[in-house]
Design a binder for this molecule. Structure first.
Ligand SMILES: C[S@@+](CC[C@H](N)C(=O)[O-])C[C@H]1O[C@@H](n2cnc3c(N)ncnc32)[C@H](O)[C@@H]1O
Length: 408
């Protein structure tokens, strides 16, 4: 496989925080030593992180950093000795003997996702015709070279609104895997449900929100990636979790039980736009991209009408290409942080994001006023960058406070 196909997750931080972040990643055994640290646009330093351990990532509060993808990272000296990718290639070469060819070598993956004993291969691996002739021995060899029991291969996420992953199981009986993420256990079937490692910083942020005693409505709960941190860490009293994909609902049910919070959550299996709940929520999570706009009216309906609450609105915002400071920002972890750090983060908030936030704030204010026949005010509490998609599309979250205006 050509070097240009290698994408490695990394945490980018300002140079003054790089050493502290490195020590943290080394201590937690999360640093991917196969690659060198490198500078990324905007003057930040990116530290490669082990993809298979992304779900164990937690960040020290005082180190602001964001998840980026490094393309063609430079190998470190240590890595040049013996990597799992080399082991895989060597064992396959042995298996094929004289039939080995450059075409096959290019088809052997150098990166994959590990979910416990299951390896999830990328869509473009092992596609050449000669592999098929090998039959099951191919998958057994790959699994054993990578120290796994089960293998699956990714296809494209289906455009069916359910984020169905179209993953095929190649070896093993089922695709159920388990992750521990920030102390929360998640199980799901990789062949049926989407796993989004890019949301890690947002899940950590959600976990640190002060939600004690609050009622949450999660309009796009999936397997519970946000519902669970709200219940387990942020101390929400109760959650209504809406989800229309039966496979995700099954995983969500299991995850609530795994974490002992099933009594504090009601699952609404169906289209959240048809949700009939009213006047219950202190907080509404709208975790759908590219846009959660279709959920805004129902979010207004579920907010408590006497006291209002906070909406967390996810959206993909496009940023024009030309920018003075370079190609830059790719997502920033937001933790409670000191003022100077906070200012640095705020400085990265782009004008387009503000414009979108202002327009959204006005729309929601209008929806609430129309719904309740009285004035409401809305207040942009925070804009959180979650992830960037090339070119120039940013997944952001707007924290919008919405309160009824008291009669004068
Ligand atoms: C992007 S995923 C996000 C899930 C979760 N927040 C996460 O980060 O993993 C969106 C989820 O919303 C669900 N979904 C999308 N539109 C929906 C709708 N109208 N009603 C209920 N669920 C919906 C999808 O099935 C999917 O599981």
């Amino acid at each position: 496989m050509e070097a240009m196909d290698v994408l490695v997750p990394a945490l980018a931080t300002e140079p003054q925080f790089a050493q502290r972040l490195r020590e943290h990643l080394e201590k937690e055994q999360l640093l991917d030593r196969r690659y060198r640290l490198q500078q990324v646009p905007g003057g930040r330093v990116a530290l490669p992180v082990l993809e298979e351990k992304l779900d164990q990532l937690w960040l020290p509060r005082e180190v602001p950093c964001g998840l980026v993808q490094l393309q063609d990272p430079v190998s470190s000296k240590a890595a040049r000795r013996w990597t799992p990718a080399q082991k895989l290639r060597d064992e396959l070469r042995q298996l094929l003997g004289e039939s080995w060819s450059e075409e096959l070598e290019r088809d052997v993956p150098r990166a994959w996702q590990r979910h416990g004993d299951l390896i999830l291969l990328s869509e473009d691996s092992f596609r050449a015709a000669p592999w098929e002739k090998l039959g099951p021995v191919l998958w057994e060899t790959v699994a054993s070279a990578l120290g796994a029991q089960r293998l699956a291969r990714r296809g494209r996420v289906l455009p069916d609104g359910m984020r169905s992953p179209s993953v095929t199981l190649l070896l093993g009986q089922d695709g159920w895997v388990e992750h521990v993420d920030n102390g929360i256990r998640y199980t799901f079937d990789v062949t049926k449900c989407m796993f989004s490692p890019g949301n890690i910083t947002e899940k950590l942020r959600v976990a640190s929100l002060p939600c004690s005693g609050e009622v949450l409505v999660d309009l796009y709960a999936g397997i519970g990636y946000f519902t669970l941190p709200y219940l387990v860490h942020a101390a929400a009293a109760f959650a209504h979790a809406c989800e229309w994909n039966s496979h995700a609902v099954e995983a969500l049910q299991r995850n609530l039980v795994l974490n002992g919070v099933q009594d504090r959550c009601r699952i609404h299996h169906g289209d959240s736009r048809q949700l009939e709940l009213r006047d219950v929520a202190d907080r509404v999570n709208l975790g759908l991209i590219p846009s959660s706009e279709e959920g805004w009216p129902v979010a207004c309906h579920v907010l408590k009408k006497d006291t209002g609450g906070i909406l967390h609105i996810h959206h993909n915002v496009e940023t024009p290409v030309q920018r003075a400071e370079g190609a830059g920002f790719d997502g920033e972890a937001q933790n409670p942080m000191g003022d100077s750090v906070k200012e640095a983060v705020e400085a990265r908030i782009r004008p387009e994001w503000h414009r979108w936030a202002e327009a959204t704030s006005a729309r929601i204010r209008g929806l609430l006023a129309e719904l309740h026949g009285q004035q409401w005010h809305t207040n942009i509490l925070h804009i959180e960058p979650v992830k960037s998609y090339a070119p120039h599309v940013h997944h952001i979250v707007l924290d919008l406070e919405c309160r009824p205006t008291l009669p004068a």
